[in-house]
Write a protein that binds this ligand. Structure first.
Ligand SMILES: NC(=O)C1=CN([C@@H]2O[C@H](COP(=O)(O)OP(=O)(O)OC[C@H]3O[C@@H](n4cnc5c(N)ncnc54)[C@H](O)[C@@H]3O)[C@@H](O)[C@H]2O)C=CC1
Ligand SMILES: N[C@@H](CC=O)C(=O)O
Ligand code: NA
Length: 429
C-alpha cells in the first residue's frame, strides 16, 4: 500500500488557492511522479467564508494554523501566508521542531530567518523547501542547489520581481502611468500584500540574498543588499533609454569580488540586444555563471497563482520522494561569512538624467564636471522646446570607475541651474 504525503496548507490567497487547484487538477500525474499521492488534509486562512474559486469542502478547516504543526495526520506544512515574522515564522519553527517538512513561498521569511530555519530542519532531519520564494515558477533553487551544484558560481544577476517588470514593460509599451499599472499588477495577483516591497526593490533584495547564499555558499546577508526600487523611474527615462538603444529593468546582481560579497538591486539600462531586454511582463530571469557549465539562463513566470503553485508542488514532490538535501545546498553551519564589497569600486557605464534650466552655459558646466571627475561622454541627448522652463539632458558615459560617476552626479546636483537631483542608472554589461 502506498502511503500518501499528507499536507496542511496555511494561507489560501493567490498562491494557496493555486496550490489547491493544481493538486486537484494534476492529482494522478503528481501521484505517479511523486511515487505516492499528495493529499491535502487541512487548510487554514484568515477568513473561512471567503470565496476562493476552489473547492475546499474535502479538507478539514483548521482555525489555528499553528495547530497544523502539532497535528498527527500532517507530514508537511505549507506556509503561504507571507510576512518575514509573526505567524509564518512561528509556524515554521513549530513545524520543523515537530519534525514535519516545511514548504514555503515566503522569501521575506527565508531571507531573514533562513539560516535559523535551515539549522532547525537539519537538527530535526526534516525538509525545508522554498522553490516558490525565488523567481516564482522558475526552478532556479533546484537548478543552483542541484543541477549546477558541481560548479563554482561567482556571479549571478536577474530580473527577480514580476510586479516591477510588469510595470516597466507596460509603461514602455503602452505609456501607461505608474500608479495605474501597479493597480493592474495587484489585480493580477503579482504584487505583495504591501506593494511597496515590490516597487522599492525589497522583494527582489530578499530573493537576491537567498540566491547569493545558495550559489556562493555564503551566509544569508539581506542587510547588505544595496537596494533601490523603481519609484524614481519616469516616462522620460524610458523614452530616452529607448532612443539610446536600451530598456529599463529592475535587476538584482550578486558577485564575489576578492572574497567580498557585492549584492545590489537597482534599476538599470539593458541594451536592446541583451537577453534581459526581452524579458517582459511578469516574467523573471536568472543568469548564473558556473566555472564548468558556463553561463546558465533561466526564464519564466515569476509571479501569479499557477507558476508559483507549480514551484510549491515541485517541492512537495521532492519531499514525497524522500529528498532531504540541506536547504542552502550545504549544512547551514558551513555557510561562509564574508565581508561586504562596494559596487562603486567597479567599472561600468551609466545613464544620467539631468533636469536643467534652459539657460546659456548649463551644458558646459555639466561637461566640465564630467571632465573633472574623469568621466567621458559616449552620447548625449538634449530635448526641450525653446521657452521651456525645464530641459532634460540624458547622458551615457563611457566605462569609468562608478565612484567617479557618483562624484560627478553629486557635483551636478549642486549647480543652481540643475533643477532636481540628477538621476543615475547604470548600464548592464
Ligand atoms: N503572489 C505571487 O505571485 C507570489 C507570492 N509569493 C509569496 O507567497 C506568499 C503568499 O502570497 P499571496 O498568495 O500572493 O498572498 P495573499 O495575500 O493572496 O494570500 C495570503 C493568505 O494568507 C492568509 N493570511 C494572512 N494573514 C493571516 C493570518 N494572520 N492568519 C491566517 N491566515 C492569514 C490570508 O487570509 C490569505 O489567504 C507570500 O509569502 C508571497 O510573498 C511568492 C511568489 C509569487
Ligand atoms: N510580488 C512578487 C511575487 C513573486 O515573488 C513579484 O512581483 O515578483
Ligand atoms: Na522558483
Amino acid at each position: 500500500m502506498t502511503i500518501p504525503l499528507r499536507i496542511g496548507i496555511a494561507g489560501l490567497g493567490t498562491v494557496g488557492a493555486g496550490v489547491v487547484q493544481l493538486l486537484a487538477e494534476n492529482r494522478d500525474l503528481i501521484s505517479r511522479r511523486a511515487g505516492r499521492p499528495i493529499e491535502i488534509v487541512a487548510v487554514n486562512a484568515r477568513d473561512r467564508a471567503k470565496g476562493r474559486g476552489v473547492d475546499l469542502s474535502p479538507y478539514r478547516w483548521q482555525d489555528d494554523a499553528a495547530a497544523m504543526a502539532q497535528a498527527d495526520d500532517i507530514d508537511v506544512v505549507v506556509e503561504l501566508i507571507g510576512g518575514a515574522d509573526g505567524l509564518a515564522v512561528a509556524l515554521a519553527r513549530k513545524s520543523l521542531a515537530a519534525g514535519k517538512g516545511f514548504v514555503t513561498a515566503n522569501k521575506a521569511m527565508v531571507a531573514h530567518h533562513g539560516a535559523e530555519l535551515a539549522t532547525a530542519a537539519e537538527k530535526a532531519g526534516a525538509a525545508l523547501k522554498y522553490e516558490a520564494a525565488v523567481a516564482g515558477g522558475i526552478p532556479v533553487i533546484k537548478a543552483l542547489g542541484g543541477g549546477a551544484a558541481a560548479n563554482e558560481i561567482v556571479s549571478l544577476f536577474g530580473i527577480l520581481n514580476g510586479t516591477c517588470n510588469y510595470i516597466l514593460t507596460e509603461m514602455e509599451t503602452k505609456g501607461a502611468p505608474f500608479a495605474d499599472v501597479l493597480k493592474d499588477a495587484q489585480a493580477l495577483g503579482y504584487a505583495e500584500a504591501d506593494p511597496t516591497f515590490d516597487i522599492d526593490g525589497i522583494d527582489a533584495a530578499h530573493k537576491l540574498a537567498i540566491l547569493a547564499s545558495l550559489a556562493f555558499g555564503t551566509a544569508l546577508d539581506f542587510d547588505h543588499v544595496e537596494t533601490r526600487g523603481i519609484r524614481e523611474i519616469e516616462k522620460v527615462d524610458i523614452e530616452r533609454a529607448a532612443a539610446l538603444g536600451y530598456r529599463v529593468r529592475l535587476v538584482g546582481e550578486a558577485r564575489l569580488i576578492d572574497g567580498r560579497l557585492v549584492q545590489r538591486v537597482h534599476p538599470v539600462l539593458v541594451p536592446l540586444a541583451h537577453p534581459l531586454a526581452k524579458v517582459t511582463g511578469s516574467l523573471n530571469a536568472v543568469v548564473a555563471d558556473g566555472n564548468f557549465v558556463g553561463r546558465l539562463t533561466f526564464e519564466g513566470a515569476g509571479a501569479g497563482a499557477g507558476p508559483t503553485a507549480s514551484a510549491v508542488v515541485a517541492d512537495l514532490i521532492d519531499i514525497a520522494r524522500g529528498e532531504t538535501a540541506p536547504a542552502f545546498g550545504i549544512p547551514a553551519a558551513s555557510l561562509k561569512r564574508v565581508e561586504t564589497g562596494d559596487h562603486e569600486d567597479s567599472i561600468g557605464r551609466s545613464y544620467l538624467r539631468v533636469a536643467v534650466a534652459d539657460e546659456p552655459g548649463v551644458l558646459a558646466d555639466l561637461t566640465a564636471i564630467l571632465r573633472d571627475c574623469g568621466v567621458s561622454i559616449a552620447s548625449l541627448i538634449q530635448r526641450g522646446e525653446a521657452g521651456d522652463d525645464e530641459v532634460f539632458i540624458a547622458i551615457i558615459t563611457h566605462e569609468t570607475k562608478l565612484s567617479q560617476t557618483a562624484d560627478a552626479v553629486r557635483r551636478m546636483g549642486a549647480l543652481s541651474s540643475v533643477l532636481t537631483p540628477p538621476m543615475r542608472l547604470d548600464i548592464l554589461s
